[in-house]
Design a binder for this molecule. Sequence first.
Ligand SMILES: Nc1ncnc2c1ncn2[C@@H]1O[C@H](COP(=O)(O)OP(=O)(O)OP(=O)(O)O)[C@@H](O)[C@H]1O
Ligand SMILES: [Mg+2]
Length: 356
Amino acid sequence: MTKLAVNNICLSYGTVDVLKGVSFKLNAGEVVSLLGASGSGKTTLLRAVAGFEQPREGSILLDGKPLYDSASRVNLPAEQRSLGLVFQSYALWPHKTVEDNVGYGLMLRGIKKSEIAARVQTALDNLGLGHLGKRFPFQLSGGQQQRVAIARALVYNPPVILLDEPLSNLDAKLREEARAWLRELIVSMNLSALCVTHDQTEAMAMSDRILLLRNGRIEQEGSPAELYGSPKSQYTAEFMGSNNRVRGKVESIGGQAVTLAGEGWKIVGKGIDPLAPGSDAELIIRLEKVSVTDAPVPNSLSARLVTSMFLGDRWEYLFTIAGLRFRAFGTQARTPGMEYWVAFPEEACWVFAAEA
Ligand SMILES: Nc1ncnc2c1ncn2[C@@H]1O[C@H](COP(=O)(O)OP(=O)(O)OP(=O)(O)O)[C@@H](O)[C@H]1O
Ligand SMILES: [Mg+2]
């Protein structure tokens, strides 16, 4: 069931078009991430849904009812949209206790004191903060402050929760734990969530679906596995994961198999864009798909190991092959200066038309 429908949203700041016709749906109980590079329009889109920015065109419907509709001139103010919001910076009030931070919005809405106390306690309990209600924000860890910000959004029992980089203030380790916890919380409370992030791993870990935003448009939309495993464009392929990229000329095409060649090398890949023999093309392969062998196998090249870095759970190698540089992962220490065979599985080599 569609909870939130966003149709053809166009939004400009002055003469600058920031959102250029964005449409998507958020189903009930679903977690959707808005992923994209800095400046792609993620925060602007979230703010437009929340009611803090006014689009020029399009419509935004919650349970089929318009929050914004350019055609019928509907534009509900943020406080009437009753969406839960978590800002990137948490924006907690420093001189209010945790309880007051969480309950303040309810007080402004004129809700009875006894009901506020009960709802605040429930929200805090849900987030494991039940015992911290009397503290001030400065007496909490970063992770606890972030939970207070989420509790403050949940206290309204919002139908949809909007989160802008909710984990970005946490350090790397805490962030990894928090994303699992946050997804579990959203799913267990049966909320629908729209979550902005610029971190592709976080988007994949947290969401049922990802919308990849590029320059005010949706570049690709799909499950994490689709975006990671079946990118439709070079942009998506490169945005997700760690990659090797090589430019070459299309030597021949046989069905989906494209032979790409450069000076002293040749690799067969899978054509994603339409390509013509003789044209320039780019080949993208994820680091984990490249394998290192001691003997030649199909679609492999002889390569010299430049350096080998220990990453804890694996090694990362840097090779040079006929003047090209390739990175790969492996499980063992290897000797720089030695020659190896580096194999590129055909299915994992995506070939795109080179951008001019
Ligand atoms: N109030 C504003 N006035 C004018 N331009 C703005 C305003 N807010 C944002 N922009 C511009 O709109 C574009 C999109 O900004 P937005 O904040 O939505 O990006 P973002 O995807 O959230 O980026 P980040 O990952 O850096 O937070 C940027 O080019 C930004 O400079
Ligand atoms: Mg932003």
